[in-house]
Design a binder for this molecule. Sequence first.
Ligand code: TXE
Length: 487
Amino acid sequence: MEYTQFIDGALTTNTNRESWVNYNPADNNPLGTVYQANEEDIEAAVASSQKAFQIWRTRTGAERGRVLVKTAEILRSRLEKIALLETQDVGKPLSESLVVDVSSAADALEYFGGMAATIHGDFVDLKNAFGYTRPEPLGICAGIGAWNYPIQIAAWKAAPALACGNSMIFKPSELTPATALELAQAFMDAGASPGLFNVVQGDGRVGAMLTAHPGIAKISLTGSVATGKKIFAGAASQLKKVTLELGGKSPLIVFEDADIPNAVSAALLANFYTQGEVCSNGTRVFVQRKIYDSFLSQLRERTERIKVGDPADTDTQMGALISKAHLEKVIGFIDAGKAAGATLLTGGIRPEKDFKGRDIRFGNFLTPTIFTDCEDAMEICKEEIFGPVLCILCFDSEEEVIARANDSAYGLAAGVFTNDIKRGHRVIHQIQAGTCWINNYNITPIELPFGGYKQSGLGRENSLAAIQQYTQLKSVYVELGNVDAPY
Ligand code: TXE
C-alpha cells in the first residue's frame, strides 16, 4: 500500500518523497509506505483548495448539505472496509471501529449536512434604517489530526468547515495515514468539486507548513497540549484562527449513593476503551470512602476479565497501543507510579498470548492497569498517560473532591456519578471542564459541543458552537433616510 497525497480529486502518484513505513500495531508488520508532502505538494493542495473554495462558496447551504449527506451515506456503505483499515492503522478492536469510528464520522456529516441550509444571519430593525448580519466562510481551513480516531477527527473538522462554505486541507497523523484518504474519495464520489477536501501526509513539519501558509485562513488541531501551543504560536504572526482539541487528565467522581455497577462500567470505558488512548478519558477516578472497597473489588474483577488480543477478532475488547515507542512511554509511566509508592493492583503486563491463546508478543499489547494508594501529586495522577492506566483515589467530602478534581492544568472533561440530582448538577457546575457527564462517560453525540477549558484547548467541535469556528460574521447597516452630517 502507498499512502500518498489526495489533491484535486485524486491520489498523487509521485513517490520520490521522504517516506516511512506504516506498521500494524497488532504485530508490527508493515502495512505500506507513507510519502511526506513536500513544498510542491502543499502549493498544489492550496491552489486546488482555493479553486474549489471559489466554486463552493457560491453554492447554497442546501446544495452543500446534499454533498455532505451523500458522503455520509457512502461512508456507511463502506463501513466494514473502512473500519478494518482503521483497526489495522490504530490497533483498536474491530468491535470499536465497526460501531464508533465510521459511524461518528457519518453522524457529523449528516448533522452538519442537515444544518447547512439553516446557517444564516440576523435582521435588526433600526431607526429609519435596518441592519443584517452575514456569517461568511473563512476560505481554506487546515485540519490536523491525531492517531486515535483518524476518520472521526477528519470528519468532525471537515463537516462543519464545508457546511459553512469553506474548503479543507487535512493532514492525518503520520502514524495513521489510511482513512483520511477514504474520506477524500467518499467526498469525490458524493459529487464534491475536486480540491474541496484535500489530504496531505506528513509529520509535524508538514503541519507547521500548513500553519504558516498565508493562503490558509484557519487551523483546527486535534493533538497534544504541546503541539497545540506550537500551532497557537505559529498562527499568531498572521492572527490566524485556531481551534485546539488537546489532552486531558479528567476526573471521574463516584459518590457513595451512586449505582456502583454503572459507575464501574463508566470507569472501565473511561480508561480502557481504545486501549485508553482517548483524550477525554476519566483517568483520575475519585471514589467516596464508604464505597471504596466494594467499588474497587468490582472494578478489579471486571478489569481482569477484559479480553486483550487480536484487534481484527470481533470478540476482542482491547487491542494494541499505537506504536512501540508509545507502549514504552506508557510503561515508563507505570514504572514511575511504582517508584512513587503507588500500588500496582493489576495489569501493566506485556502479554505473550491473547485471550484465545494466540501469539501476540510482536504487537504493542499491555494488560489494563489499575493503581491504588495514589496521591494527587504523583506524576501518574497529574500527567496524561494516554494508555490503559487507571488511577483510583479516595475522598471524603464534596468540597474536597471538587478542589482536588480542579487542581489540574487540564480541563477537558469530567464525570459525576450520584443519584442525588441536586448534588450531580451542583458538583458538575463547579468542575473546571468543558465536556461533562452525569451518570455516564465519554458519550459524544454530535448535537453537543466537545472541547476543553484551561490548557485542554480552544474553541469547540460539534453542535451549533462549531459554526462560529468556521465562519466570520459581517454586519451590514442599511440607511433608509439621509446622511445626517453637521458639516
Ligand atoms: O499528538 P501530537 P498525537 C491528544 C492526546 C495526546 C495526543 C496524542 O491527548 O496528548 O493527542 O496524539 C501534528 N505543527 N489528543 O501523538 O503529537 C502531528 O503530525 C503542526 C486530544 O498524534 O500532538 C499530528 O498530526 N502540526 C484529542 C498532530 O499534530 C504538528 C483526542 C497531533 O500530534 C506539529 C485525541 C507542529 N509543530 C488525541 N507537531 C482531543 N482533545 O480530542 C505535530 N503536529
